[in-house]
Unconditional design. Structure first.
Lengths: 313, 687
């Protein structure tokens, strides 16, 4: 178990390093000098040279990379090109909004999608199964940014039930929650259908396993039999949910732009258009780290549920 | 005697795309209290459908067309879902066929067993655990207090089936149903489970209904027998009446086909020709008429009479009425089923040639954990020996049987011989060439001379290819051009006696025997000299087994083939093998001519295997003590001395210290035992 964890964490670090290297390489190839961007097109060559030397932009790209990695280890991700504030501080005040969005989006998808899939599998070809099937295909096919726009049009503008943009007043939890509902709805909707389909398929498979027939033959009540089946059928779904967080990070970028939420996604988007490289690097580092962590957690969760996996670690 | 379960006129249909399959028709038989009743039948007989009808757990496309299942004064078929649920697990319980798949893998036994007791509201969690521990102890699980927290995958096959029996006995049911309870187990485990079921039956006075195709199991375990054929009861009776004086031609044929009964290895095995009738159409007359040796014209139209004898019945025109034959049934030693046409294969076999395959001191090691993990856990040697110093030879034209239980390494050895696995030591010579170190490119031409017959006849055939394509696939794989594939497919189909109409079919349209024939044809496609057959008759009905074994013998006689038959089934290998090698934990413990091995086993393990197969004769029941104790140890915990020392009934102190060397008794009979069994009588060679 410990050696497994050590192996996984080492692997994770390698992945993070590779992602950073890729990012660095791409930034290097993008036209546009960050020093000119920072100082404006009318900056004197001396100012540009001074800025480049201070930001160590004149070093070879490999050196720049190593310097960045070295600093990152000390918790220093550089400074915002425009405001001059530390990147960690900029990210720190935004990360909460993104996490709230991603987790509530996946959260309501899990809470609704898994029971829907179970019900559909327990009663195949019933009305609930058919409705779930149509709903799943429909919602999976619609991109989340379209859902975002419709959600604003319908619930915010037409009906006026919920606020359209922003993240709510700082300190006012109620207001923040009401600002969270529409974007979370938008990014989670497709996942409700997707998870329902996943769970339905693996439940149907598990329900035809001999051990489920054994449970019935021992007279266990239907609720318990379904519980048995779900404990096995949930395993592939956990993996999919873990990987799904990767997709949600990019869905959150769209949602944050459309709903004008001050999250990491919007920050990354702005950083790209502004050539604000330190912010961009910090944002991508955060997203990669977050994704790797979630996948690791989902693997550990499977080991927790399945003794066969647990004992092979 | 009181009747506990009374099935009367049970008819069940299955709605399929081919129409309604009348799977059970007017099935009636009583189960008397305190008896062990065996329902015997081949695949398609409907024996499992009877069992699931009793539990009310038939598949969704099944429909009960009529009849009643009387149990404790009520009719199980009239109960609603809640009523049935109340009976299941409490009054009626089940032991399942495959303990590997019938126990939920993610819950420990403690939880699974507590859940079965969910109706006992008065019991505390601790009471339930204590009861479960007690039951596990009674079924022979060592150290049940701690083992109860184990998960199914942590138990071996035999232990898992013991736990399955403990689960079914937990509530003290009046009626215990057992669905092929030993089919998934090895011979030595089978003997233990039979003994355990008998012991529990007398201890708890439970009534047991066992469903099986295994005549030996039925003879050894049951008091009464019900013979099912194609969804109808053809005969019932006390076990002695059935096995010693069967009255229905099908029962007779079934008994005569069982290779375990046939000691004369020189003659061809009998088979029941034909297939089970199509149950979707109109059925008239006697259901067995199409395959019966004693069929008369009226059998196809007249419903046979029900003829009583004692507590049993038989349905056959030969017994009563205008068509009766006073000489039927003939004495048991008179054959009623002819063997297949043609002279016995052994009569025209060419003499054995030079050694074709020679294995010397072969070793195969598997790594059980990564190097890093081994170091962290302080394991110095993270390898196990799956095959240990095995020497074996097969001469051309010879059949060698490689016999062992699961985990004996017999399949690994087969794969290593075919160069599908890398050997870690020793040599394999094929036709004089060392092949174990050969790279794939050089080995490929030789591979044409060695073919494999796979264990699972249907699973090893691609479902999307026609039989024609499957049979000629080896030719295309080896890039053989310039042959007419259609002509080749026809030739191969003729060789395995498969009608040409089957060439256009797909695997799911084949019966077990036909799929097996396709497997044989595939193995023959490249004109090999050696065929390695992995469990050639596994999963086949008794009446079909003979067909395949006869076919293999004929092909050998005609083409001088050599076979290495890998199996756990001693009665089968007895009929085809010239020599037998017995494997235990990756080592060959005894090797010799087939007749000699059966008559004078030297190694106690060989004797356990030879005696382990239940005889299809209720008068030859073994004492419980005859069953060999314990299980095959894990390779990780290979004993220091003789590998069999942990289970051997004749173990001595010296056995536990060093591995016994291989000793030759006669030039061709060798063993690895420090204290071999004495030869009781003079050797009589029957070959």
């Amino acid at each position: 178990m410990l050696s497994y964890l050590a192996k996984r964490l080492t692997l994770s670090l390698i992945v993070v390093a590779l992602v950073l290297l890729l990012l660095f390489g791409m930034l290097y190839m993008i036209p546009g000098n960050p020093a000119i961007l920072a100082l404006g097109t009318r900056a004197t060559p001396e100012a540009i040279a001074e800025y480049s030397a201070r930001m160590r932009l004149d070093e070879p790209v490999v050196m720049q990379f190593l310097i960045f990695v070295g600093n990152a280890f000390h918790g220093d991700l550089g400074t915002d090109v425009f405001s001059g504030r530390p990147v960690t501080e900029v990210i720190g005040e935004r990360v909460g909004f993104s996490m709230a969005l991603i987790f509530s989006g996946m959260g309501w998808a899990i809470l609704l999608g898994i029971p829907l899939g179970c019900l559909a599998a327990v009663r195949p070809n019933s009305w609930i199964d058919r409705v779930t099937g149509v709903f799943s295909v429909g919602t999976i096919a619609i991109p989340s940014f379209l859902v975002s726009i419709w959600a604003i049009l319908i619930f915010a503008i037409q009906l006026g039930w919920l606020p359209a943009i922003g993240a709510g007043e700082p300190g006012d939890i109620g207001d923040q929650l009401s600002h969270l509902i529409l974007p979370a709805f938008a990014i989670g909707l497709g996942w409700v259908g997707y998870l329902a389909r996943m769970v339905r398929a693996s439940m149907l498979e598990v329900l035809s396993e001999p051990y489920i027939r054994s449970a019935r033959a021992f007279g266990l009540p239907p609720r318990k039999v379904t519980g048995y089946a779900l404990q096995v059928a949930i395993l592939p779904t956990i993996t999919v949910i873990g990987m799904g967080f990767g997709g949600l990070i990019s869905a959150a970028v769209f949602a944050e732009i459309i709903f004008a939420r001050p999250g990491v996604g919007k920050m990354i988007f702005d950083a790209v258009s502004d050539r604000n490289f330190p912010i961009l690097q910090g944002g991508v580092l955060l997203a990669t780290g977050f994704y790797i962590l979630v996948v690791l957690l989902s693997d550990l969760l499977i080991a927790w549920f399945d003794p066969r996996v647990r004992q092979s670690l | 005697m009181e009747t506990l379960l009374d099935i009367r006129g049970l008819s069940v249909d299955f709605k399929t795309s081919r129409g309604r399959v009348k799977a059970l028709r007017d099935v009636s038989f009583p189960v008397r209290k305190g008896r062990i009743v065996g329902i015997v039948g081949e695949s398609g007989s409907g024996k499992s459908t009877v069992l699931w009808s009793i539990l009310g757990l038939l598949a969704g496309n099944a429909e009960v067309m009529g009849g009643e299942i009387g149990f404790e004064g009520g009719d199980l078929l009239q109960l609603d879902a809640a009523g049935l649920r109340a009976a299941r697990g409490e009054k009626i319980s089940v032991v399942f066929q495959d303990p590997m798949t019938s126990q939920i893998p993610v819950l420990p036994y403690a939880r699974q067993m507590a859940d079965i007791l969910y109706r006992r509201k008065g019991m505390s969690a601790k009471d339930k655990r204590d009861k479960a521990v007690d039951m596990l102890r009674r079924v022979g699980i060592p150290d049940p207090e701690t083992r109860i927290d184990a998960y199914p995958h942590e138990f071996s096959g035999g232990m898992r089936q013991r736990a399955g029996i403990a689960m079914s006995m937990l509530t003290g049911p009046n009626l215990l149903l057992a669905d092929e309870p030993t089919t998934a187990l090895d011979v030595t485990m089978e003997a233990q489970i039979i003994a355990l079921m008998r012991q529990l039956q007398s201890e708890f006075d439970t009534t047991i209904v066992v469903v099986s195709h295994n005549l030996g199991l039925i003879a050894e375990l049951c008091d009464d027998v019900v013979v099912l054929y194609a969804g109808e009861v053809v005969e019932t009776g006390a076990v002695r009446d059935i096995f010693h004086n069967a009255r229905h031609p099908y029962t007779r044929a079934l008994l005569e086909c069982d290779p375990a009964r046939i000691e004369d290895v020189s003659r061809k095995l009998p088979v029941i020709a034909g297939d089970i009738p199509d149950l979707t159409g109109e059925l008239a007359g006697c259901i067995y008429a199409g395959r019966c040796q004693r069929v008369m014209p009226d059998c196809h139209t007249l419903v046979p009479p029900v003829v009583h004898r004692g507590t049993g019945i038989a349905r056959c025109h030969l017994l009563e009425g205008p068509l009766a034959d006073p000489d039927w049934p003939p004495p048991l030693d008179v054959a009623t089923v002819p063997t297949e046409a043609g002279t016995p294969a052994s009569a025209k076999r060419p003499a054995l040639g030079a050694p074709l395959l020679e294995v010397r001191d072969l070793n195969v090691r598997f790594q059980t954990m990564g190097n890093l993990r081994a170091r962290l856990n302080g394991v110095t040697d993270p390898f196990v020996d799956a095959v240990l110093d095995v020497s074996l030879s097969v001469r051309s034209g010879e059949t060698v049987g490689l016999v062992g239980e699961s985990g004996s390494g017999k399949t690994t050895l087969g794969r290593a011989i075919l160069n599908l696995l890398k050997a870690d030591g020793g040599s394999v010579h094929f036709d004089g060439q060392e092949i174990s170190a050969m790279d794939e490119r050089k080995f490929k031409p030789l591979r044409r001379d060695m073919a494999m017959m796979f264990q699972d006849p249907v699973g090893s055939l691609s479902p999307r290819k026609s039989v024609r394509a499957l049979i000629t696939e080896p030719l295309t794989i080896h890039g053989i051009t310039g042959v007419d594939l259609d002509a080749e497919a026809g030739r191969l189909a003729d060789m395995v006696r498969l009608p040409h109409a089957f060439l256009a079919r797909y695997p799911h349209e084949l019966s077990g025997g036909q799929a097996r024939r396709v497997g044989v044809a595939r193995a023959l496609a490249l004109n090999p000299r050696l065929i390695i057959a992995d469990e050639p008759t596994a999963g086949l009905d008794v009446s079909v087994q003979g067909e395949i074994l006869n076919l293999m013998a004929d092909l050998q006689a005609e083409h001088g083939l050599s076979y290495l038959v890998i199996t756990h089934n001693l009665p089968v290998v007895r009929h085809i093998a010239d020599r037998i090698a017995i494997m235990y934990l990756g080592r060959i413990v005894e090797e010799g001519p087939t007749a000699d091995i059966f008559a004078h086993p030297a190694h106690p393990y060989t004797r356990a295997l030879v005696e382990g197969v239940p005889k299809p004769d209720p008068d030859q029941r073994r004492a419980e003590a005859a069953a060999i104790r314990g299980e095959v140890p894990s390779l990780i915990r290979r004993p220091a001395g003789c590998d069999f020392a942990t289970r051997c009934p004749c173990v001595q102190d010296a056995c536990r210290i060093a591995k016994p060397p291989h000793v030759q008794i006669t030039p061709d009979h060798g063993h690895a035992c420090l204290y071999p069994l004495k030869r009781t009588k003079q050797t009589t060679e029957t070959t």
